[in-house]
Every structure is written in C-alpha cells, then in structure tokens.
Design a protein around this ligand. Structure first.
Ligand SMILES: Nc1ncnc2c1ncn2[C@@H]1O[C@H](COP(=O)(O)OP(=O)(O)OP(=O)(O)O)[C@@H](O)[C@H]1O
Ligand SMILES: [Mg+2]
Length: 259
C-alpha cells in the first residue's frame, strides 16, 4: 500500500486541511498519515482563530513518523511560523523525503492571513528548494512573484519566475480566475489544464484536496503532469458531486469516486 503524509493544519469542520488530506488520500486507496502544524477554530464560514503547535513538537511528530513509516509522497499545507517551517525543512531533508508537493498556503479562503512576513520568506528560502512541485493559487503566485495577474500570459510569467525558487515545477491554480484554468510549468514547458467552472459555491478545501491528490499520483509513480491531470479530474468530480453541508462555503464530496 502506498503511503502519503500530510503536514498541515487541522480543520475541525472537516472540509480543508488535514481532514481534507486524509479523506483525499483514503479515496485514492492509499495509507494516510498526518503531522499537525496548527489547530484552527474554523467552520464553513471562515477561520476564526489559529493555535500553532510549538515547532519542536512538530519536529518530533515528523521525526517519529519518518523513522517508522517512510512515505511515498509528502503534501505540505498550512504552516504556522518561521521556526516550524525551518524544522520541517531540516527534517524532510535529513530523512531524504521524496515526492514533496508544497501548497504555499498564505491566506485562508476567507482571506485571513496565515503566515507572517518572516515565515513567508523562510518558506521560500528553505521549503521551496526541497519541493518537487509548488502549487500557489493566483493570489499567492502574485505575492511571491511580484507580478499582477490579469491573463494566462501573466500566470505563465509568474510560474516561470517561481520555478527558479524550487525544483523547477510550479502549478498556478486558477480557481479564483475565469474558467478555473490551471497552468503547470514543468521541465521548462507549459501545460495548460483547461477547467470548466462548476457552479457550486461549496469549494471549501479545493486547494488542500488538489495538492493531496497530486501527491497520491506521485506516490503511485506517475509523472507530475499526469498526476496534476488526474488530481484536477478528482477535484472537479468532488465539486461537481454538489454536496451541501454547513451554512457557508461547504466542503467537497471526497468519496464521489468510490460511489
Ligand atoms: N468552481 C470551481 N469549478 C471547477 N474547478 C474549481 C472551482 N474552484 C476551484 N477549482 C479548482 O480547484 C483547484 C484548487 O484551486 P484554487 O484556486 O481554488 O486553490 P486555492 O485557492 O488554494 O484553494 P483553497 O481556497 O482551498 O486554499 C484548482 O484545480 C481549480 O481549478
Ligand atoms: Mg490554498
């Protein structure tokens, strides 16, 4: 059985973060593991509060898991502080973790800032270089690249700039832009994943779900472009299943593919 590790924050309402990752990995019939970086007070209407797990405790969680069960892929989501990010980078490097997908979560869907300036720069300096794929959304791509995004050409420019900071592979997600077109920059080539915007307000956790599904593809030995293609199909199916839970932006149906 392939094993996938999620390093992320918890969402007690079950739609995003660690909970979305575990559901996604399970729906891919893989073995899910999780290292928590933060607890949140959150529901479908937004993130109210964040409690960061102390960095040395995050490090111990990670070391204990890696010593025992080496993962076939790792997905990294919400991180809390510069110290946490440094500990995670050092530990992943020490254990030679492979197939790392980094979702550089900086803002919650509802717009709450999740990383301070220092943490953001440590993320780019220490975790980007270890990551086989980085998956920013439009806002994160704009922030990291400094390019204002108004067109697919702008997305391409931002992706190629960002690629210089990691192992060269970047997926800019288009969920907040027009027809949900995602742009992958892989081995100096662009791959455009044409989406179709699904008319469903319940998109809580799309980013977490996509990056975990990509990690599952890599764990299964698929290439980055194929993993992205399959993950996008999985997320579209999970949005298209039209689950409607909660009073705000509700979660996806992670198990639509098993029905
Ligand atoms: N309404 C939608 N219809 C179809 N696909 C969507 C829709 N919304 C988002 N997606 C897809 O979901 C994936 C995640 O993209 P998105 O831009 O929402 O990430 P994100 O902003 O990081 O998400 P999150 O808000 O969970 O952090 C992408 O493949 C995107 O194209
Ligand atoms: Mg996101």
């Amino acid at each position: 059985m392939k094993k996938v590790l999620s390093i992320a924050g918890s969402d007690p309402s079950g739609g995003a973060g660690i909970q979305a990752d575990i559901k996604t990995i399970s729906a891919h019939r893989m073995y899910a593991m999780s290292v928590e970086t933060a607890l949140t007070v959150q529901n479908t209407m937004g993130v109210h509060e964040v409690f960061g797990i102390p960095a040395d405790f995050v490090k111990k969680q990670l070391e204990y898991v890696l010593e025992d069960i080496p993962p076939d892929a790792v997905k990294i989501g919400m991180l809390f502080s510069a110290d946490t990010i440094s500990c995670i980078a050092e530990t992943l490097d020490k254990f030679g973790a492979k197939n790392i997908v980094l979702d550089p979560v900086m803002l919650s869907t509802s717009g709450k800032r999740l990383l301070d300036e220092t943490a953001e720069s440590i993320l780019i300096k220490k975790l980007f270089p270890l990551s086989d794929l980085v998956t920013p959304n439009i806002h994160e791509a704009e922030k990291i690249s400094g390019i204002k995004i108004n067109s697919i050409e702008d997305i391409k420019k931002a992706a190629s700039l960002l690629s210089k900071r990691c192992k060269g592979n970047v997926l800019v997600k288009g969920g907040h832009f027009g027809e949900c077109i995602d742009v992958l920059y892989f081995e100096n080539q662009f791959f455009i994943f044409e989406g179709k915007r699904i008319n469903n307000p319940n998109t809580h956790g799309t980013g977490c779900t996509l990056s975990s599904a990509i990690a599952c593809g890599l764990a299964a030995g698929k290439s980055i472009p194929e993993s992205v293609m399959l993950a996008k199909e999985y997320v579209s199916g999970a949005i298209g299943a039209m689950l409607d839970i909660g009073k705000g932006r509700g979660p996806l149906d992670h198990f639509w593919n098993l029905k």
